[in-house]
Design a protein around this ligand. Structure first.
Ligand SMILES: [Fe+2]
Length: 341
């Protein structure tokens, strides 16, 4: 069944005639064909063309296409059959290039001495803090009902449980061991050092058990904006320009301590037992060390104009996607509360 198809094959039901001779093509069946053992080069190319058309439409403002492209990209990102791994990574890398084409140019960009660059980066991160988001105000300054806390923690698990994979991906890009070891030391902690039961996903899983939250994530059921958030994280650490991944991980690590401490205090106020709160107690103190180490690595690369530009673009993209994601979670939380007062 390796029959080669073309974008002009109008007899195929997957091809629907569109405006100006352009065809809307569902990417899913073509991607499935492209990932089968023995897929031809032309099948892979056809799948890529369909995926890029979807991404282009989605990034141009078509919300249906945006949802579909984020879904397809997440399928490429999630672990699958090992033999499909090279093709999935290559297809995803071509989507990243399309996303780069749609990235808005930075306004008022000036290359700075490294110390001033850090001040600018830290100021940008502080300005985009989640602390002021209405969902954070509700959770951490109000008296949230347990179901809202559970909803928040469920999504916390979805975005956090496999954080270590981001560190592992980025570490691969650094050839010198003194650079890569920044991530390996961080990974050592994530893995629980010498005790597997102390791995961070294992510690966080105790909280899921306490709140009766399933640990298995049904990725296909996630909201498109949550998929976009997860996809962007993976994209950044896989990007061949390390400025993308460093900016993303620095933005996450540098606020981790404050964010986790607030959650720990919330859990304390709800009387959550120590074992279930251990993940947040730990992260409320330790990530500052990782942040400093990561900055030292960033500082080595930061004198370059292109590095600083990419770093700031990565931050801007992460915060835009993060904002849309948190707005969506807040809306969903309020909807759920209205249904179950
Ligand atoms: Fe951790």
């Amino acid at each position: 069944m390796n029959k080669t198809r073309t974008a002009n094959d109008t007899e195929n039901p997957e091809f629907v005639s569109g405006q100006m001779g352009i065809y809307n093509i569902s990417a899913s069946p073509l991607l499935a064909e492209a990932l089968k053992p023995g897929a031809t080069y032309s099948q892979v190319t056809l799948a890529l063309e369909a995926l890029l058309r979807l991404a282009s439409k989605g990034l141009s403002g078509d919300t249906t296409a945006y949802a579909q492209y984020q879904s397809e990209l997440l399928n490429l990102h999630l672990p699958g059959e090992p033999h499909t791994e090279p093709t999935r990574r290559w297809l995803a890398s071509q989507v990243y290039l399309m996303e780069d084409n749609f990235a808005p140019a930075l306004t008022e960009f000036n290359v700075l001495p490294v110390e001033q660059f850090r001040e600018k980066v830290d100021a940008e991160i502080a300005a985009r803090t989640r602390v002021k988001h209405p969902m954070s105000v509700h959770l951490f300054q109000g008296a949230p009902p347990r179901q809202d806390v559970r909803f928040f923690l469920k999504h916390h698990w979805i975005r956090s449980y496999n954080f270590y994979t981001l560190l592992a991906e980025l570490a691969f890009h650094f050839e010198a061991i003194e650079d890569a070891s920044v991530f390996y030391r961080n990974l050592y902690g994530e893995a629980g050092a010498e005790v597997a039961e102390r791995s961070h996903p294992a510690l966080l899983s105790h909280l899921m058990t306490y709140f009766d939250i399933p640990q298995r994530v049904d990725y296909s059921a996630l909201h498109p904006l949550e998929k976009a958030y997860l996809n962007n994280r993976i994209r950044c650490v896989r990007h061949t320009d390390v400025a993308w991944g460093l900016a993303l991980l620095y933005a996450i690590e540098s606020v981790s301590c404050v964010n986790h401490r607030r959650i720990y205090e919330l859990l304390q106020s709800l009387g959550v037992p120590e074992e279930a709160s251990e993940f947040h107690r730990l992260h409320g103190t330790q990530d500052e060390i990782d942040t400093e180490e990561m900055w030292q690595l960033i500082a080595k690369l930061a004198p370059g104009e292109s590095f600083q530009r990419m770093f700031m673009q990565s931050l801007a993209r992460h915060f835009a996607i993060n904002q849309a994601y948190f707005d969506m979670l807040w809306q969903e939380m309020q909807k759920q509360s209205n249904h179950n007062p």
